[in-house]
Unconditional design. Structure first.
Length: 100
């Protein structure tokens, strides 16, 4: 699994998630892997995305403005939201998104 591609897809979905008092779990499938995560808004410019992939492992991403850092599948990641948006636009892969 391409960790950056997964993180890029996740960020693209998470940045459009509306603010809410209690984070709701979001689930999507990509290349046979199911991802489930929540987005917690810390401030207007900072969000924390936490969840897990099945099969796979947990991830914890901190989005501050355009910068993203954290871990995905136990590996440190660091990229920008702009890079993530560009990567998913170029991938052309379909994604199924569901929310409870």
């Amino acid at each position: 699994m391409n960790r950056f591609h997964f993180a890029a897809a996740l960020i693209s979905l998470a940045i459009v998630t509306p603010a809410s008092a209690k984070p709701e779990a979001v689930t999507f499938k990509h290349e046979g892997v199911t991802y489930k995560y929540t987005v917690k808004n810390i401030s207007e410019t900072k969000r924390v995305i936490s969840g897990y992939a099945t099969p796979g492992a947990s991830f914890h991403l901190i989005v501050t403005g355009d910068d993203v850092s954290g871990t995905a599948n136990g590996t440190p990641v660091n990229f920008t939201v702009s890079e993530a948006k560009g990567r998913t636009a170029k991938s052309g892969s379909a994604m199924i998104v569901a929310s409870r």
